[in-house]
Write a protein that binds this ligand. Structure first.
Ligand SMILES: N[C@@H](CCC(=O)N[C@@H](CS)C(=O)NCC(=O)O)C(=O)O
Length: 102
């Protein structure tokens, strides 16, 4: 299952949660960052050496993907679950979306 690490008061975490909800994904969110701490633990730093939120881990074993950077996470989720729609396959539409995100 998709796990999203990060406190919901972070706009960058909200962006990822919003994306997962738009895609109707099953996910769990683990509190981290701000008053929740966690980000300086060795376990979290192994996932995200920047000690920031959001971070995701998705999938199992050799398929497991761990990512940080909210825009990259949104691109990954849309590419995986909405190719040709939220992640347009035609370059003009794709890069129109990209420029609005960045
Ligand atoms: N460029 C990063 C920025 C991440 C970032 O600045 N995260 C902040 C919260 S918005 C953070 O982790 N602050 C430390 C903390 O919450 O403990 C992204 O888009 O994911």
């Amino acid at each position: 299952m998709l796990n999203i690490w990060g406190r919901i008061s972070s706009i960058n975490v909200r962006k990822v949660v919003w994306c997962a909800q738009e895609l109707r994904l099953d996910f769990q969110r683990t509190e981290a960052g701000g008053k929740f701490g966690v980000v300086q633990t060795p376990e979290y730093l192994a996932l995200n050496p920047n000690a920031m939120v959001p971070t995701i881990d998705d999938g199992e074993g050799a398929e497991r993907v761990t990512l940080w950077e909210s825009n990259v996470i949104v691109r990954y989720l849309c590419a995986k679950h909405s190719h040709g729609s939220l992640y347009p396959s035609e370059l003009p539409a794709r890069f129109d979306a990209e420029r609005w995100m960045d």
